[in-house]
Design a protein around this ligand. Structure first.
Ligand code: NI
Length: 130
């Protein structure tokens, strides 16, 4: 573990302490570590992701096209750990997929899902494991 010191404006410091207290962080350092991991993960360029990855894929899709989506999901069953399905309304369903596996395979899956008929919106979140 490295120790670094940073300068923060007074107001930001008190906001930091408020958040830490409100959400029960044990220390400022714990909050910073989590915030930095989120920051790094958010700035991962999708194309730059390498090696083993863990991510979520959220899809909003036309429920009438479910068959095609299921075909893609079966093809990549070895990287899809878990899946949650929510019936949004009479037209749409939302699915959240938890993915872990080799980055190239995960990218293939995402590319496949993006071009699956009926997929209206797709969002990915890669987790930073450092
Ligand atoms: Ni549904």
């Amino acid at each position: 573990m490295n120790i670094i010191s940073i300068s923060l404006p007074k107001e930001l410091t008190s906001q930091l302490d408020e958040v830490a207290k409100k959400y029960g962080y044990a220390s400022r350092s714990e909050l910073f570590r989590q915030a930095l991991r989120n920051f790094i993960a958010d700035h991962h360029e999708y194309e730059d992701v390498r090696g083993q990855v863990i991510a979520t894929i959220t899809i909003l899709y036309d429920r009438r096209q479910r068959g095609e989506l299921l075909e893609v999901q079966h093809e990549y069953g070895d990287v899809i750990n878990s899946l949650m399905h929510v019936h949004v309304d009479e037209k749409s369903c939302l699915e959240v997929l938890v993915i872990s596996g080799e980055s190239e395979k995960v990218k293939e899956l995402i590319a496949g899902l993006k071009t699956t008929r009926g997929v209206k919106q797709l969002r990915t979140a890669f987790m930073h494991l450092g």
